[in-house]
Design a protein around this ligand. Structure first.
Ligand SMILES: Cc1cc2nc3c(=O)[nH]c(=O)nc-3n(C[C@H](O)[C@H](O)[C@H](O)COP(=O)(O)O)c2cc1C
Length: 96
C-alpha cells in the first residue's frame, strides 16, 4: 500500500515526488560574515538524500542588521549568490 504522503503532489506549478517537505530549521553553519559553508552544503545535501520532496531553508537575513544568530546566512548582496547556489545544487534543486 502506498501512503498518501508517499504519492506525488503539487503546489501550484511545482511538482513534487512525494508530499514530504522539510520544515525550516536554523543551522548556524554560515561564516561570521554570512557566507554559506561546506558544512551548510553537506547538511542540506544529506537532508535531500533522505527523500523529502522539498526543503525550506533556515532564515536568511535580508539586511546586515537583520540577523537572528551570529552564524546565520545572509542574502542581502550578490556576493552571497555563489554559496547559496551551491546549496541548491548540492540538494538537487529541492530547496525552496
Ligand atoms: C526560519 C525558521 C527557522 C526555524 N528554525 C527552527 C529550529 O531551528 N528548530 C526548530 O525546532 N524549529 C524551527 N522552526 C520551526 C519549525 O520549522 C516548525 O515550523 C515548527 O517546528 C512547527 O512545526 P509544525 O507546524 O509541524 O508543528 C523554524 C521556523 C522558521 C520559519
Amino acid at each position: 500500500m502506498t501512503l498518501l504522503m508517499q504519492q506525488p503532489g503539487r503546489i501550484g506549478p511545482l511538482r513534487m515526488k512525494n508530499r514530504l517537505i522539510m520544515a525550516p530549521m536554523g543551522t548556524n553553519f554560515s561564516t561570521s560574515d554570512g557566507l554559506s559553508t561546506e558544512r551548510d552544503r553537506a547538511y542540506y545535501e544529506e537532508r535531500a538524500k533522505g527523500g523529502v520532496a522539498a526543503i525550506v531553508t533556515e532564515a536568511m537575513a535580508v539586511s546586515a542588521g537583520g540577523r537572528a544568530h551570529n552564524n546565520s546566512l545572509w542574502i542581502y548582496h550578490d556576493r552571497f549568490i555563489p554559496g547559496l547556489a551551491r546549496l541548491v545544487e548540492g540538494s538537487s534543486g529541492m530547496i525552496a
